[in-house]
Design a protein. Structure first.
Length: 644
């Protein structure tokens, strides 16, 4: 080739690079095409052209150029790094990882390749290895923003060193301010700093109003912080955008806002189709062994409502018919309930550090017949395990009150109340109903001696309305109603679960705005054990439910402790759980059809102590089928056999 031709090819290549840098992709491609036509043996020109093909989403063309470049120049770390990026885009993650490793073998100080390798390991769910890769990059370049961002994401997903994750997101903001704010908000939420998380999400919406799922997360974070700023406007905007099919909210964030099974299904479908598409895993027939193997999958085998409700059932399973495996998405916990729930399984396996695919493959190796997802879309969930078809039969149960919106889950466990006949259309799963309330209970739960009212921080006299609920379930319409009750019942108080000081102070201000003195809101602090918590329930006169996200485990807690629960029933599973509990407990008079009737019944019970005393007597004297753990377990086992 002449010197002039080589200079022309070099000039065209440089021109293509400049055009690519300013986003003029078609012009850049034309320049690279001419360069390659002059010097088809140029590995550099082919590699550069692959970049514009990747920018144009012509990934097969990009991969073809990179393979050609590497045939010409096998020891070319930049081409190997680019090839890894294209393979990652194609979701050929194992091949991408191999390409990054090959680049690093040739050039160990290649910071960009170390970061890309880390991101690929994140995609694979190999979080510890990803963190190590980003840490290695930071040893080489301590201020590299891509490495800082990757490290923050790894720490966030590992749920460790969250303060450090927040700091890394702050330092990495030059990578992508919006993504760093979203990650920082998630880390702050895990730290229960919900007000700060909401501030980050508000900034995201100002910068990128259409950023996926942020509006729902903002409302949810504000509910957690008991901050109802612009509540009605934000909720209506969310509903309108969700009806238009936009990616506006995670499924869980919708439940405290809206009593709509239709939109709950819409939300779940939108989220799952994007985040957890079905994987190409061959289905497997159920094992033919003597025992049916059931794997319960959860991050909540710890001091958590799911374990408190389910542990008695796990212990009651018939070991002559079933083998029960616990698949824990978090490390074993040393609390009393953590130890008890781990001991309730025939095998208890910690899989926190394994990828979704690896966990699914493990369940295949164990020949699990039924995989039970106890999480749905709750904190720490791993729907990708089920997208990989971990077992022949996959079931949604207990943790999430709604549909998965996917084809991965075959059945949802329910009852005739939480999913009435005819409402199956709002569920992508087959609905399998238990003959009584779908919520399990442990009839071995201890109840400590009740403290004195003074010890509990309650006034010496006066009616005690109680709502030991999570903050995010309390919304303005429900709180308005509660404040009207306090105004109508002289000397009464509302007993709530303690939350962050800032959130409690905000709620006191909201009470004052509604004409209620802050002294009439009493916040119950954390106590050492569930037995102590159940014991103090007995000082309450009436438990007030939330709407549209009802009390679930907390309704069972109150009834077990002998406290009547007043609920308002709705249309979603989440808005009918307490109705199911009360129906099984034989207390239909505590179920209101709407909030107006709910308020009327609450006033009636507060003003008629004999009626309330009779309800408490019924609770304390008759054994409710709600708390027959053994019978419940037999019904659950029959349901599993029917599914197989």
């Amino acid at each position: 080739m002449s010197l002039e031709a080589a200079d022309e090819a070099r000039r065209l290549n440089d021109r293509g690079n400049a055009l690519l840098d300013v986003g003029q992709f078609e012009e850049a491609l034309a320049s690279y095409d001419r360069a390659v036509s002059i010097r088809p043996e140029s590995a550099v020109a082919l590699t550069n052209r692959s970049n514009v093909f990747r920018a144009l989403h012509r990934l097969d063309d990009a991969l073809r150029d990179l393979d050609a470049a590497l045939r010409i120049r096998p020891a070319f770390p930049e081409a190997l790094n680019n090839r890894g990026n294209v393979l990652r885009d194609l979701r050929r993650l194992d091949e991408a990882l191999a390409s990054f490793d090959a680049a690093l073998t040739l050039r160990p100080d290649f910071v960009m390749a170390r970061c890309n390798r880390g991101h690929t390991l994140l995609d694979l769910g190999r979080l510890e290895e990803a963190l190590s890769s980003f840490d290695a990059a930071l040893v080489l370049a301590p201020d590299d923003v891509e490495a800082l961002f990757g490290r923050a994401v790894a720490l966030l997903n590992l749920r460790c060193q969250l303060e450090e994750a927040v700091a890394c997101f702050d330092r990495a903001v030059a990578v992508d301010k919006v993504e760093c704010l979203v990650g920082k908000a998630a880390a702050l939420a895990q730290l229960k700093r919900y007000g700060e998380a909401a501030t980050c999400l508000s900034e995201v919406l100002a910068l990128a109003p259409d950023r996926s799922y942020v509006l729902g997360s903002l409302i949810y974070s504000r509910l957690q912080a008991l901050d109802w700023s612009d509540y009605d406007v934000l909720a209506q905007t969310l509903i309108q955008r969700l009806k238009a099919g936009q990616k506006v909210t995670y499924p869980l964030s919708l439940l405290p806002l809206l009593d709509s099974p239709e939109l709950s299904l819409t939300s779940a479908r939108i989220y799952v189709q994007e985040q957890y598409p079905s994987q190409d895993i061959a289905p497997r027939a159920p094992a033919s062994g003597a025992l049916i193997r059931i794997a319960y999958v959860s991050a909540d085998f710890r001091d958590h409502p799911v374990s408190h409700l389910l542990v008695g059932v796990l212990e009651a399973h018939d070991r002559n018919r079933f083998e029960i495996i616990g698949v824990s998405l978090r490390p074993r916990e040393g609390s009393e309930i953590g130890r008890r729930v781990a001991a309730a399984f025939d095998r208890f396996i910690d899989v926190e550090t394994r990828s979704d695919r690896e966990i699914a493959e493990l369940l295949h190796e164990l020949q699990v017949d039924i995989a039970v997802d106890l999480m749905g879309f709750t904190d720490g969930c791993r729907p990708g395990i089920f997208a990989h078809r971990a077992a022949p039969v996959q079931v949604s149960y207990l943790g999430y009150p709604g549909t998965s919106g996917s084809g991965h889950i075959d059945y949802v466990l329910a009852d005739d109340v939480v999913i009435p006949r005819g409402e199956e259309v709002w569920y992508t799963e087959g609905v399998v109903r238990l003959p009584r309330c779908v919520l399990p209970n442990d009839d071995r739960r201890a109840i400590a001696t009740a403290p004195s009212r003074e010890q509990a921080g309650l006034p010496a006299t006066g009616f005690v309305f109680c709502a030991f609920t999570n903050a995010y379930k309390i919304n303005p319409p429900v709180f308005n109603l509660w404040m009207r009750l306090l105004r109508e019942v002289p000397g009464s108080v509302l007993w709530l679960r303690a939350t962050a000081v800032e959130a409690s102070e905000r709620l006191l201000r909201e009470a004052a705005l509604r004409g209620v003195d802050g002294s009439r809101l009493v916040f119950a602090p954390h106590v050492p054990s569930m037995a102590d918590h159940l014991g103090r329930h007995r000082l309450a006169d009436l438990y007030l439910d939330t709407f549209p996200y009802n009390a679930h485990s907390t309704a069972c807690d109150a009834l077990w402790a002998g406290v009547p629960v007043l609920t308002c029933t709705g249309r979603t599973y989440a808005a009918r759980a307490a109705t199911s509990v009360l129906t099984t407990a034989g207390l239909p008079e505590l179920i209101a059809k709407d909030l107006q009737e709910y308020e009327s019944r609450a006033l009636q019970l507060a003003r008629e102590p004999e009626r309330l005393r009779a309800l408490r007597q019924r609770l304390n004297e008759q054994r409710s089928p709600l708390f027959d753990t053994s019978a419940y377990c037999r019904h659950l086992e029959d349901a599993y056999v029917g599914m197989l």
